[in-house]
Design a protein around this ligand. Structure first.
Ligand SMILES: *Cc1c(COP(=O)(O)O)cnc(C)c1O
Length: 347
């Protein structure tokens, strides 16, 4: 699939729902819980792209993914009363893990509702962070119904995975760090699902450095934000399973924050097929010695496959997470096929 130029936003001001000040406040709120992450150069991708390419390693967060930033910000802002009752979320893993970890840091209760389809490695990972996992149903909708019940009946506070101003502001702290860490930053390439990550980064970077291009990368197996932007409103689409399982899930038909942010601030979106994601996971392990999950390798895939013209200059790729099933990861890095849904994927 070719590069899809869908939005040519020149918005100078961030969306009203989340501002640079919100992101700066989040930076102070999450200090000591989420880490400032390193940026490393990637010579192989730099050579391929013809511009300096660096990797922002969200894999070094204590939970292995950037979602800790948003969760830590939301947990930090709870009133004492809300904190006493605890927090709840429905998540495919990385968000649940982040909520559990952030709640434990504040010594409050966290319940994570997961459908029975979430991979075993991710369930164990949430439990390892101190969260109480409740497995319900076979879909995200059923897990969400349990969240709604716990909020209504037990007064827990829901921490959403992306469509929330505090969560978006937390993810945006990556943008503040990049503005400082990468000289003459011209482009940032960001894995995109619900849009909390790219939305937050775009708010910060477009305010600090308006010329920076913000490019999203989604799995062709489930490009909900891409299709929603094309339709001009949030839509639901049929998804297929993906090696980048963290990029699955809808954006919510009642989306309040991230759809509008993406509409205004995202410059381009690239869609990846499964073999491209597979090759990037393998590449990052072989060349940069990094363990990544499919979503974590997505930005690298877009550059590796020559899917983005990066002539503008220094480019940062968000390596968003490393929570991958070890058997699956070992198959990928050994060049063996992996079963995704009812298909065998190989690079
Ligand atoms: C959640 C997630 C994403 C996508 O983030 P959104 O805010 O939903 O767009 C990308 N990579 C990883 C590893 C994730 O966990």
């Amino acid at each position: 699939m070719s590069l899809n130029r869908i939005v040519t936003s020149s918005a100078r001001q961030p969306d009203g729902a989340v501002t640079l000040d919100d992101v700066r406040a989040a930076r102070d709120a999450i200090r000591g819980v989420a880490s400032e992450t390193p940026v490393i150069p990637c010579p192989e991708l730099s050579e391929r792209a013809g511009v300096p390419v660096s990797l922002k390693l969200e894999t070094t967060q204590p939970t292995g993914a950037f979602k800790l930033r948003g969760a830590a910000n939301a947990v930090a802002r709870l009133s004492e009363k809300q904190a006493a009752r605890g927090v709840v979320c429905a998540s495919t893993g990385n968000h649940g893990r982040a909520v559990a970890y952030a709640a434990r840091q504040r010594e409050i209760r966290a319940v994570v509702c997961l459908s029975s389809l979430v991979p075993a490695a991710k369930v164990a990972a949430v439990e390892a962070m101190g969260g109480t996992v409740r497995r319900v149903g076979r879909s995200q909708d059923e897990a969400q119904a349990e969240v709604d019940r716990l909020v209504a009946e037990e007064g827990l506070a829901e921490i959403p995975p992306f469509d929330d101003p505090l969560v978006v502001a937390g993810q945006g702290t990556i943008g503040l760090e990049l503005a400082r860490q990468v000289d003459d930053l011209a482009s940032v390439v960001v894995p995109l699902s619900g849009g909390g990550l790219i939305g937050g980064i775009a708010v910060a970077l477009k305010a600090l450095k308006p010329k920076v291009r913000v490019i999203g990368v989604s799995a062709a197996a489930g490009p909900t934000m891409f299709e929603s932007l094309r339709a001009g409103r949030p839509v639901a689409i049929d998804e297929r399973p993906s090696l980048a399982d963290s990029l699955g899930g809808g954006i919510g038909l009642e989306n309040r924050v991230t759809f509008e942010l993406c509409r205004r601030l995202v410059d381009d979106i690239v869609l990846l097929d499964e073999a491209e994601i597979y090759r990037a996971m393998r590449f990052l392990f072989e060349k940069a010695r990094l363990v990544t999950e499919g979503a974590g390798a997505a930005a690298a895939a877009a550059v590796l496959e020559g899917r983005i013209a990066l002539t503008a200059g220094p480019t940062a790729l968000i390596v968003s997470g490393n929570n991958v099933d070890m058997t699956e990861f070992l198959a990928v890095v050994s060049g063996r096929p992996v079963r995704i849904g009812d298909a065998d994927v190989i690079g």
